[in-house]
Design a protein around this ligand. Structure first.
Ligand code: GLN
Length: 494
């Protein structure tokens, strides 16, 4: 039995196609939502991608959209009526938000995340909340307290992480649209492993209000789908300034939809593409490198000019990330103390408040989250702060400078999104360093706060599994991702 998106029927269509059918009243939003709910019912036992399905709520939104359209009203957005899978790291008042942690099991937020609110205003039915690595820490979805997600292309393999639930939902036809979050690659990496598109927007352009924080200076929510245009349409819905997020940037959102439509014409003449020397390594999977080189050749055939660029500090990005990220985690996750909300354990009258906190945290957090809290607390402590945290911050500056230098000469940078195709569940769980190494290509971008996309680049010839081309652009130039991504997609589908 295949779990990849069916060849026909409503669940095989792109979001743009579904929107057109709904808005022209060829089908109702209810029919479209119901088809996806049926697909979820059929496949979720095998995939474990949804932690919570909100059938009633999704159908109620669909009915409201249908009613408005039947009354002759204009659709609330280009995607009104098209359903979506929401990563369970964003708060919702009508469904639990768990962050895939035992710590928040059953917790219902008193408020909607700004992203959630924007989806509702756009008339997008939310099918449910998707599985992830606990508090978005991980690269394979195996750190979820609710079991791993399985890759629809091969059930024994990971769909990537932390956003494995969303990527599996897209790849299997459970949903045409998804929201992910990306701290070091959690949108782009699962996209690459599942033959889907994922975009990490420029830091500060999509509100983090109601996005449960892992590492606040790195986290960014973004759109995912099966086509570049769908991703652009969703990007337009969720981006924009928000007074509830202190790091939100108040400037106009790049016209990503126009860029995707322009790119779809397939012409890349005049576009300069940088190839990062540090991201072409011996030892990476031959099938992945082959797909990458074929992608570059295709960009050139479409008119792009390529230039090799040197980003020497990218070699230190992994070490810097895995200090800065845990440091911020140790601070952000201090709020889960068994007192204010979430799991409380040991409160039987025989323990002190301190003990209740320890017992609750010991029970509520999984091993990877504990590892990062301890690592971060250690690195931030007096006597070690300068040697670790401060040093990592300096490296972060050097990485941002590498990017800035590269973008003096090129419009976008490209690389493989991941060093290999999807690995087997269990293959890397014993060795955290092996797992961390998988993020090599994606995390420099987060350290610099820029924007990036992963777009499908075909099946690797050696494993037969999906590969992704990563495209990176300077801050606030997210439209460049869409132009190049859509052009590449159009060229590949020709
Ligand atoms: N895999 C990386 C990590 O474990 C990135 C996770 C993410 O982007 N949320 O930190």
């Amino acid at each position: 039995m295949s779990y990849v998106v069916p060849a026909e029927g409503l669940t095989s269509l792109s979001a743009a196609e579904l929107a057109e059918k709904i808005h022209s009243r060829e089908v109702t939003s209810r029919e479209v939502v119901q088809a996806h709910l049926d697909r979820i019912a059929e496949t979720n036992d095998a995939l474990n991608s949804f932690l919570h399905v909100g059938a009633e709520e999704a159908l109620a939104t669909a009915d409201a959209v249908d009613k408005a359209l039947d009354a002759g009203e204009k659709p609330a957005s280009a995607l009104a009526g098209v359903p979506l899978a929401l990563k369970d790291l964003l708060t919702t008042t009508d469904a639990p938000t768990t962050a895939a942690s035992k710590m928040l099991e059953g917790w219902i937020s008193p408020y909607d995340a700004t992203v959630t609110k924007k989806l509702r205003e756009a008339g997008i039915p939310i099918l449910g909340k998707t599985n992830l690595d606990e508090f978005a820490m991980g690269s394979s979805n195996e750190n979820s307290a609710y079991g791993p997600v399985h890759n629809p292309h091969d059930l024994e393999r990971t769909p990537g992480g932390s956003g494995g639930g969303t990527s599996a939902a897209l790849a299997s036809g459970q949903a045409p649209l998804g929201i992910g979050t990306d701290t070091g690659g959690s949108i782009r990496q699962p996209a690459a492993l599942t033959n889907t598109v994922g975009v990490k927007p420029t830091y500060g352009t999509v509100s983090r209000y109601g996005l449960i924080a892992a590492a606040s200076s790195l986290d960014q929510a973004g759109p995912t789908a099966r086509t570049v245009l769908d991703t652009a349409l969703l990007h337009e819905v969720i981006a924009g300034h928000d007074e509830f997020d202190a790091t939100s940037v108040n400037r106009p959102v790049a016209d990503v939809v126009a860029a995707a439509r322009e790119g779809a014409k397939g012409d890349l003449s005049g576009v300069k593409v940088g190839l990062i020397k540090q991201f072409e390594r011996d030892g990476w999977q031959p099938g992945v490198m082959e797909a990458y080189r074929a992608a570059v050749d295709q960009l050139v055939a479409q008119g792009a000019e390529t230039v090799e660029v040197d980003c020497p500090h990218f070699d230190d990005a992994l070490a810097a990330y895995y200090l800065i990220m845990p440091c911020e985690v140790s601070s952000n996750l201090a709020r889960f103390d068994g007192m204010r909300y979430g799991l409380r354990s040991g409160d039987d009258g025989s323990h002190s408040a301190d003990d209740v906190m320890s017992i609750s945290r010991a029970e509520g957090f999984g091993p990877e989250v504990k590892r990062r809290i301890m690592l971060g607390t250690y690195a931030l402590s007096v006597g070690y702060y300068d040697a670790y945290y401060l040093q990592a911050q300096r490296v972060r500056t050097l990485i941002a400078e590498d990017f800035a230098r590269a973008f003096e000469h090129v419009d976008v940078l490209v690389s493989p999104t991941t060093p290999t195709t999807a690995f087997k569940l269990g293959e890397k769980t014993e060795d955290p360093m092996e797992m961390y190494n998988f993020d090599l290509c994606t995390l420099p971008l987060n350290l610099a706060g820029l924007c990036g996309m992963s777009v499908p680049s075909g099946m690797a010839s050696d494993t037969g599994l999906p590969t992704g081309l990563q495209i990176m652009a300077p801050a606030f130039q997210d439209d460049r991702l869409y132009k190049v991504g859509a052009a590449y997609e159009a060229g590949r589908n020709k």
